[in-house]
Design a protein around this ligand. Sequence first.
Ligand SMILES: [Zn+2]
Length: 380
Amino acid sequence: MTDQQRYEQFLNDFETLVNMDSSSDNLDGVYEVALYLAARLEALGLKAEVTRQGEDGVPCLKACTPSRNGRYDFMFLGHMDTVFPTGEALRRPFSIKGDRAHGPGANDMKGGLLLAVNVVERLKEEGALEGLAICLAFNGDEETGSRNSRQWIEDAAADCDRVLVFEPCRPGFRYVVNRKGGYRVRVTARGVSSHAGADPEKGVNAVVELAHQIGRINALNRPGSGITAQCTVISGGDKTNIVPDEASVDVDVRYSTMDEMREADAFFKTLSEETLLPGASVEVALRGQRPPLQSSPESEQLWQQLRRAAEKQGIDAGAISTGGCSDGNWTAAMGIPTIDGMGPVGENSHRVDEYMELKSIIPAITVVAELCKKAVSEAT
Ligand SMILES: [Zn+2]
């Protein structure tokens, strides 16, 4: 297949995929995406299976070449869900303006899923696929924290030597080698309600207690620290003449290293031990914890191989750190060399103006295909 034919085929597939609504809560839509990609991969000779994972039954697609004694050289990781509600694809279908593709999930990350498929196809055409063992794993709930698929990802990754995550590449071919980890915390303060005018002394003001705790949480944002803790959504009180007995705040917590993760954990685990008001209590609930994607000597080696593969295509690839999490955070925490941002170049994920750069498609396919061949030949 010529580059031009591959490009045209990519655009056809791309339009079809972007026009399939697959919001994280639209399991039928995610399933449709999974079936479409499974058919593409089966046609390339891979063994594909679509299963339902977790208590919500989230569709997940796994497609593999034959393994090498049970192991795979690479996992290609990605997610099929988007943040956009059902109906978005009809309102704002796939479109091309100039050099950019638009539509729900065009950048995050239907382009990346297709790129992974195209890498396999290219390797097969070159006769290189037989020397490689590759396992593609696409889940359907990444945008909501991968609660249903985390175990499934980790089980599959345990058999893989390296993980490439096909989230979008950043403009200028900057790949993601470090990602912050994080979680959401809800802090709830409880007190005692009373008449705010007649007998306030009988009350314990939960809003005041929460304000105290917010001050403590905010102090985690120190200059030079990789920890950020942003209080974002707050609620408390019911009527203006009642001392409130309950108030809560949601906190977005991020950290760059495992040490910082442990520091943040210790802070929130002991938060409730120190209250301002006698009679007040504080409860802390953690949700959706992801460890940081921290680089290692092995991932640094993989990055250098990637950088050289890009250089051969005339691309001056860069490495960046980002505050956003992906499923690569799980695999990196397992000690598997993981690099993210292997998808086409694009920007503005989770926004209606997200776009993918069409000119990056063919170079990005070539770079990943070269990396796969190089990493394995240099390892043996
Ligand atoms: Zn994504």
